[in-house]
Design a protein around this ligand. Structure first.
Ligand code: SAH
Length: 348
């Protein structure tokens, strides 16, 4: 799909035409990755963060947040639960936390891989090439790092460099380095960042195809009151026509178009999407291009503190309830739970 076609889908509002887009995306999903929905157990291991991202509630400047870092033993307990629940993968995610040192994470990965039949995905922010290589050598299979937006000015505005560093890390360049290290590579974007234009979003989707990503996460931007973006009016910079709205509908369009750009990628129906529509957001995502769900394994006492954005879906549920709920949702739309690691089809 070229830029003009993507852009015209993003601007499409007619219900019949959109039904056609959902159908095309669902067909591409079936052909590309089949009917299995893989479950990735999410472990939010630390909410410490040294960064000041203008969109994220974990930003260092948010003094109202109680900070936690799980111990290796606590994380291993969550990974064991993942195996009991029949998940094939755990996703170890955190703020950018130097307390999660290179050796600590390497040791954690080694212990999970030695003891359990799981694929391990890391999502720990922008880390040094040396650390990323060590973790890959320790057995980590995949790395998730969203580029958030492909517009460099917008990215620089919402994602300042670390203290003492002049230029922001080039996340898109880092994705290439992760691939060369041997990781399966995932990236993604937020839909409706204040200042994001429809043309920007079309370029994000084109870039997914060019980067040949294994995993693509797209979710709506949800303003967090303790962040600078909560007070930026999108209309400050853009006309209503140009600004991408952070809506459920726009997120489905992005999921569907990501599927059409990358037929064989693993694409989750995200928690941010479920936050906008708890009743059926996950199912609609799965029916409009997605093939992955990410049930939460984080112990409930920590989960409320991993507040990237407010009112996150399913925050009070136990890991056990979360897995039951996900399975019922998959059943209800006539799909089945995937077995095994569910590696990207493109790498098999
Ligand atoms: N520190 C890691 C993990 C961040 S959390 C990293 O930076 O990669 C994972 C994702 O949550 C981010 O990449 C971002 O796309 C998303 N996110 C952050 N703040 C958000 C918000 N306010 N609304 C919606 N999604 C958000």
């Amino acid at each position: 799909m070229n830029h003009t076609e993507i852009l015209s889908w993003l601007r499409e509002e007619r219900a019949e035409a959109l039904a056609d887009l959902w159908r095309k995306a669902d067909d591409a999903r079936r052909d590309g990755v089949g009917d299995e929905v893989h479950l990735r157990g999410l472990i939010e291991v630390s909410n410490h963060c040294v960064r000041q991202c203008h969109y994220c509630g974990l930003r260092a400047g948010n003094r109202d947040l109680l900070r936690y870092r799980m111990s290796v033993e606590e994380i291993l307990d969550c990974a064991r639960a993942a195996v009991r629940f029949g998940y094939g993968t755990v996703v170890v995610q955190a703020g950018e936390d130097p307390g999660l040192t290179g050796p600590l994470v390497a040791d954690l990965v080694r212990q999970i891989k030695d003891e359990l039949p799981l694929a391990v995905t890391l999502s720990l922010g922008e880390r040094s090439l040396e650390e990323l290589a060590t973790w890959c050598n320790a057995g980590a299979d995949r790395y998730l790092l969203r580029f958030e937006t492909s517009n460099p000015e917008l990215f620089a505005r919402i994602h300042p460099p670390r203290r003492g560093e002049a230029t922001p890390v080039d996340r898109i360049g880092l994705l290439g380095q992760l691939r060369r290290l041997g990781y399966e590579v995932g990236s993604g974007i937020m839909i409706g960042i204040p200042g994001q234009t429809q043309a920007d979003l079309a370029r994000d989707l084109e870039l997914f195809g060019k980067l040949d990503l294994d995993m693509i996460g797209v979710g709506p931007f949800i303003a967090h009151p303790a962040t600078p973006l909560a007070v930026t009016q999108s209309t400050d910079r853009l006309t209503v026509d140009e600004q991408v709205p952070p809506t459920e509908l726009m997120t489905y369009k992005a999921v569907a178009l990501a599927r059409l750009c990358c037929p064989r990628a693993n694409i989750p129906s995200t928690t941010a999407l479920a936050t906008l529509n708890l009743a059926e957001g996950r199912e609609l995502g799965l029916q409009r291009g997605a093939n992955i769900l990410m049930p939460n394994l984080t112990p409930p006492r920590y989960r409320t503190q991993y507040e990237i954005y407010p009112a996150k879906a399913c925050i009070q549920e136990t890991a056990e309830q979360c897995q039951g709920c996900m399975r019922r949702r998959i059943d209800s739309i006539g799909r089945r739970v995937g077995q095994g690691h569910g590696a990207a089809q493109s790498r098999m």
